[in-house]
Design a protein around this ligand. Structure first.
Ligand code: 0ZN
Ligand code: ZN
Length: 194
């Protein structure tokens, strides 16, 4: 009671009932998906919940939480995490809007020991990866590299994300590993040069 949060404790999920702005957290489909994905990650890649591996762990929870929302509620689904409970915590389409980075080492990239090394902050980079892969987009990132990505649809992007998480990543995987193995997963699924 009186908790504005939800978590997976390695065995079970806990959902707060929300205090003022927060409605009961079990009411958010993306939140439930986020917490359940922590269980999937624990028993597959086992990403350590600290620093870059922890940021990837967090991102996969946001990614599958959002995939579940799009699957179950296609007409109202969105790229925000938590808006169904009255408070938006993160944006996958624009991580900067909530103080998180969209670029590795870019604006808002967290260096420090809080929040297990910024796991809920640096997740923004992989969240934005999944958004771009799905929806496409173009621009110049914080490091001055321009990009132009054609979205491949969530039906395909979710397969790449799931294969990366469950077939390849391991407890100490970092962002460079995620890059390498997500490309490998895409090749496995859709062919070289796809
Ligand atoms: C975290 C687990 C938080 C937790 C950890 C709670 C240990 C108690 C013991 C997670 O599953 O990664 N909860 C999610 C989260 O992103 C819940 C979201 C999906 C609704 N929490 C963030 C955090 O704890 C954001 C957040 C939620 C927050 N409620 C808050 C931030 C209240 C500030 C105040 O940072
Ligand atoms: Zn989480």
């Amino acid at each position: 009671q009186g908790i504005d949060n939800a978590f997976w404790n390695c065995k079970l999920m806990v959902y707060g009932d929300g205090i003022q702005a927060f409605k009961p957290l079990a009411g958010g489909l993306d939140i439930a998906g986020h917490e359940m994905t922590h269980g999937v990650t624990q028993f597959s890649a086992g990403l350590n919940y600290i620093n870059e591996s922890g940021a990837l762990n967090e991102a996969f929870s946001d990614i599958f939480g959002t995939i579940i929302e799009f699957y179950a509620k296609p007409s109202s689904a969105n790229w925000l995490v938590g808006n169904e409970i009255g408070v938006t915590l993160r944006s996958m389409s624009n991580p900067n809007a909530y103080g998180n980075p969209d670029t590795y080492g870019g604006t808002n990239w967290y260096v420090g020991s809080g929040d297990n090394g910024g796991v809920h902050t640096n997740s923004g980079v992989a969240n934005y990866w999944f958004y771009l892969l799905t929806m496409g987009g173009s621009g110049t990132n914080d490091l001055g590299s321009s990009f132009n990505v054609s979205g491949i649809s969530i039906e395909k992007s979710r397969m790449i994300a799931y294969r990366t998480l469950t077939n390849y990543l391991f407890p100490t995987s970092n962002y460079a590993d995620a890059r390498f193995y997500s490309i490998l997963s895409a090749i496995d699924l859709y062919g070289a040069c796809s």
